[in-house]
Write a protein that binds this ligand. Structure first.
Ligand SMILES: *Cc1c(COP(=O)(O)O)cnc(C)c1O
Length: 392
């Protein structure tokens, strides 16, 4: 039998990190002490109080049946309460909140709800790859909005091609930003609301890093902007906040019709998140322990950030300390043709793994990303090794 893939599988970009992965495996086999600063996955475990709640929920028979299609009322209420307290935004948990199997799942599926073949999505470049993959799976075209250092890694909305803007259905934004570590001021969100209204474009704001921020900075919800809730669906997650990437639980909030489309689409594909996980999510939102936990994790990442940023600055890299996220986005030093060349060189010379910027889009070329997801001592060790290698 001949196996013939559909175009959407054939068109999937070759996994850009596959080359790096192969080299990492080879290095590990050779016995190299590899330090992995590549993948953006928290290294610390889920906190005990959340695990305890989960162990109470798992045995309960009420959790063993299909969850409600529309998501657990208690979970959606917890999200709404969190938005009121954290962002001063009122949400109707019935109409303006959806439960997701991780925010990636909702981000991947939202295009299917709004894109017909030939429609356009506006996608940040560099960016989380799911925005463009979801667009492509739905038959849409991607229009890339460059995120440039000189614009503080915010897209220049005025530079968006007029015909693309008019054909556009969705605009993906992500602040605090992966991979650039940038944050968005309220004025930018206000401009984006105006753009959305002018061109009839739904803003899809990915706020996965809403709780990982430093120096007293607290990231804004897009829904805090005047008129924001009318034009936006915002994707949030417990993954990064509570070290729960493996649990697969997230949410979408915002304009009721948009949230409803996503819920209806999902109802026909998955049957919701394990009720025990949704009840445990309520604990994560509502527990008085969560604020102390959040602060302790931010302190952990901040210490690592400061180690990396000051080491890179000493080495002559033009980097500044990001206000949020656990990423450092740094320019590739002179003498390397591509970010992939530099990443290979680092791996071979030092055993340190970082991510080539090109993996996040064409405008990521010339940069590399460091994830602050190993302990401070290992972070220091990684920086020492890089310093030695670059002196050569
Ligand atoms: C990690 C990440 C997510 C996805 O998180 P989920 O685990 O699917 O909730 C979404 N967006 C960005 C930018 C991320 O880095």
């Amino acid at each position: 039998m001949n196996i013939e893939y559909a175009d959407r599988i054939k068109k999937l970009p070759r996994y850009l990190f596959a080359e790096v992965d192969k080299k990492v495996r080879a290095a590990v086999e050779k016995g190299v002490d590899v330090i992995r600063l590549g993948i953006g996955d928290p290294d610390r475990p889920t906190p005990d109080y959340i695990i305890e709640r989960m162990s109470e929920e798992v045995p309960l028979p009420r959790n063993h049946t299909y969850p409600p299609d529309e998501g657990l009322t208690e979970f959606k209420q917890a999200v709404a309460d969190y938005y009121r307290e954290r962002h001063n935004v009122e949400l109707d948990p019935k109409r303006e909140v959806a439960v997701l199997l991780g925010s990636k799942e909702g981000i991947a599926h939202i295009s299917a709800c709004f894109i017909n073949p030939g429609d356009v999505n506006l996608v940040p470049d560099p960016g989380y790859p799911v925005y463009s993959i979801g667009t492509m799976f739905a038959g849409g075209d991607v229009y890339r909005m460059p995120l440039l250092a000189e614009n503080n890694f915010l897209p220049d909305l005025a530079a968006i091609d007029k015909s693309a803007a008019d054909r556009a259905k969705l605009m993906f934004l992500n602040y605090p930003n992966n991979p650039c570590g940038a944050v968005a001021p309220m004025e930018f969100f206000e401009d984006a609301v105006a753009f959305a209204n002018r061109h009839n474009v739904i803003v899809c704001h990915d706020i996965a890093y809403s709780e990982i921020a430093f120096d007293g900075y607290r990231p804004l919800s897009f829904l805090e902007a005047p008129g924001g809730k009318d034009v936006c669906i915002e994707f949030g997650s417990l993954s990064k906040t509570f070290n729960m990437t493996g649990w697969r639980i997230g949410y979408a909030v915002g304009r009721a019709e948009v949230v409803d489309a996503l819920s209806r689409y999902k109802t026909n594909i998955d049957s919701g998140a394990f009720k025990a996980i949704q009840y445990t999510g309520v604990e994560a939102f509502a527990s008085p322990k969560s604020e102390a936990f959040r602060q302790s994790m931010c302190a952990v990442y901040q210490e690592r950030r400061d180690i990396v940023v000051s080491a890179l600055q000493q080495m002559g890299f033009a980097v500044s300390a990001p206000k949020a996220t656990f990423y450092i986005w740094a320019p590739v030093p002179p003498g390397f043709a591509t970010s992939a060349d530099f990443v290979s060189y680092l791996l071979e010379e030092t055993g340190v793994v970082v991510t080539p910027g090109r993996g996040f889009g064409e405008y990521g070329e010339g940069f590399f990303r460091i994830a602050l997801t190993v302990e401070a001592e290992r972070m220091k060790e990684a920086m020492e090794r890089i310093k030695k290698a670059l002196k050569k």
